[in-house]
Write a protein that binds this ligand. Sequence first.
Ligand code: FAD
Length: 332
Amino acid sequence: VIRRIAIVGSGLAGLTAAHLLKEQNLTVTVFEKSRGPGGRMATKRVPGGSADIGAQYFTARSPAFIRFLNQHAGEASFGVWQGRFGYQNSAGAWESFPDEKRYVGIPRMTAVTRALSESVDVRVQTRIERLVPSGQQEWTLQDTDGENHGPFDAVIVTAPPAQAQDLFSNSQLPGLAEELREPVRQVQPCWATAAYFPKPLEQPYEGMRCKDDVLYWIANNSSKPGREDTGQWWVLHANPEWSRRHENSSPGEVAEEMIRAFQRVTGSDAQPDDRVPHRWLYAKSTATDTPGFCWFDDHRIGLAGDWLSGGRVEGAFLSASGLAARILADDT
Ligand code: FAD
């Protein structure tokens, strides 16, 4: 019987699984390598405010996702971003995206995962390096400081595939590592830069998907609800190809080039007063046709995460809720 569960990763997938399993009286412990929860629903503190440097907004097409957020994160932690959204068509002309509810955390993206982590046992700054079999059908988790955690009856891994693969290789689970080696599982890098403009820029859209050699997306972060910036913070994301080519470039040079591209795309010659670059080694999944989640019954190990379910925030929720249901079905 599965009673004690370890979850590796406190992004939306890890926290979703934690809540759904805890609700059914399982004992859940979440391990997170970073200083705080949230994963790629990330916000960076910047002078005078904050900027969402990872996920820009999320959809909630599935009613189950909204219900989950209302119940577990609380209505105050998120809301609709009432912006105008456009994209550059193949001829380079701007067109508006169809209307859709685009949600964001309030007052910053991390508000959602922050709220979700409040009632969950999350051990931050704990990077799990290895799963060690212990006792009968039990796992102990070893972190990079050599500390052991557990035992647990089952483990859910929500790390991006390359990191999950390392974990399985270290744990003498070659079959599971192999499972993650397929190219379809790749997650692409992304350079992000937050740029501060003291005077508001006049732009037709708050969020723009660009067709550019450098940039993929630009957004007026200060236009999201609950942000109280004086001036405007814009968030720029480079496209995957450019990000890969510049994976090892200096952050300062990357920011410079991204600002130049921003000026080219927006036709504005405004110079930012401040710029804060951030490199994501694993940003977005290329997967489209995906299994949703994996459950290795023989090992009592599960895999969940956006990369198994369409590569977005809502996909992370769907993946983790599918896996939680699978584990609970087994358990009864
Ligand atoms: P993550 O959030 O990556 O969580 C995994 C967690 O595991 C991380 O916190 C990591 O630190 C931790 N971890 C990894 N290995 C270990 C280990 N060994 N031990 C302990 N902890 C470990 N989605 C949208 O829906 N809309 C968008 O506009 C959007 N834009 C994006 C832009 C960028 C630049 C990026 C980076 C992502 C974007 N996404 C967007 C994708 C979205 O952020 C993800 O789909 C979602 O946040 C993934 O959640 P997750 O829980 O699956 O993974």
